[in-house]
Design a protein around this ligand. Structure first.
Ligand SMILES: NC(=O)c1ccc[n+]([C@@H]2O[C@H](COP(=O)([O-])OP(=O)(O)OC[C@H]3O[C@@H](n4cnc5c(N)ncnc54)[C@H](OP(=O)(O)O)[C@@H]3O)[C@@H](O)[C@H]2O)c1
Length: 306
């Protein structure tokens, strides 16, 4: 008999890829959606919907009924109407409580690399609390802290690609690099992440419940990532280091005036961290090396830059 999985955050960037892969793997897919969520990207894959919000426990009632597993993807990268505490900590607690009530066997969480209780960024601290809730849930808990995830609709790499392709923002031929771009990241492809998460649902997964860091094959300085984006755009830019302390007031201003700030002070704190996994388990889970960012950019076709 086919088994059923609840995917939260199904309409998000990673969620869309996870839904497609879970459906291909034969799972009956139930997507948690909010009343206003744009369902178009998952319509062909989700067979069932539960309308609810992770911050409202009453709305989650029944979401996990008949589900053997949950993949929990709801998360935010900047605070606005909802705080990190509300979404990551309370939202995860509410989802775990509903899963336990319904007798779900396995709970899979996508978290952020570097999450720990003493981290400088509130994103990381609240994700660490979410991880703890899942580990202590009593269900078979799979926690995947991932580095930045690249793909066709990502918000990170596409920002640099858009800047590299634009005449106006920033003024040609300069490309600002926060903090000089010396910090490391280990970007991992969205299809690889989705494959790992869905593999964790297997009746007989390759590894026992636990925490498995996900990253791509290459540790890259932010500066190298920006260079790769410029080359792919293609666009010749002079990379200009901008000290993080100069970006702080700009980030503050964005936070005060915009509902979706392009940069926040919390993100600047994260950029100051070493974003390399200590024990990268992506290849172990995939049974092959994950895709390289450079290869992804090479196979993605871009119209000629201006
Ligand atoms: N993207 C990365 O590079 C990356 C790296 C590491 C970890 N992660 C983690 O991976 C997860 C998914 O990231 P993403 O990039 O796919 O995020 P995303 O595109 O912003 O998607 C977020 C999803 O969460 C849903 N959501 C937000 N608040 C909700 C609420 N109160 N109740 C129910 N659903 C709610 C959104 O629904 P609507 O469609 O209604 O807005 C959307 O489906 C997040 O937890 C993130 O922290 C991401």
């Amino acid at each position: 008999m086919a088994e059923r999985v609840l995917v939260t955050g199904a309409t998000g960037y990673v969620g869309r890829h996870v839904c497609a892969r879970a459906a291909r793997a034969g799972w009956i897919l139930r997507a948690l959606v909010r009343p206003g969520s744009d369902r178009r990207s998952i319509e062909t894959n989700a067979t069932e919907y539960h309308v609810g919000c992770v911050t409202d426990p009453a709305s989650l009632q029944g979401a996990c009924e008949g589900c053997q597993a949950v993949i929990h993807l709801v998360g935010i990268i900047h605070e606005g109407a909802d705080s990190f505490e509300k979404i990551h900590v309370e939202g995860t607690r509410n989802t775990v409580a509903e899963a336990r009530r319904a007798g779900v066997r396995r709970f899979v969480l996508l978290s952020g690399l570097g999450s720990r209780p003493e981290a400088p960024a509130r994103y990381h601290r609240t994700k660490a609390e979410a991880e703890r809730t899942v580990r202590e849930s009593g269900m078979e808990a799979y926690v995947f802290p991932a580095s930045v995830i690249f793909g066709p609709e990502d918000a990170f790499l596409n920002r640099f690609l858009a800047m590299a392709r634009s005449w106006f923002h920033p003024p040609w031929p300069l490309m600002p690099v926060p903090g000089g771009g010396q910090g490391y990241l280990q970007p991992v492809g969205v299809d690889d992440v989705a494959e790992v998460l869905v593999r964790a649902l297997d009746r007989d997964p390759p590894f026992p419940p636990g925490t498995y860091e996900l990253g791509g094959p290459d540790a890259l300085r932010l500066r190298e990532i920006v260079e790769l984006a410029c080359r792919a755009a293609p666009s010749r830019r002079l990379l200009v280091p901008v000290p993080l302390f100069l970006l702080q007031p700009m980030a503050w201003l964005f936070e005060q005036t915009m509902s979706k700030p392009p940069l926040t002070r919390d993100q600047l704190r994260m950029l100051g961290e070493d974003g390399r996994p200590k024990a990268n388990r992506t290849a172990d889970w995939l049974g092959r090396p994950p895709e390289r960012l450079a290869d992804y950019l090479a196979r993605r076709a871009f119209p000629r830059g201006r």
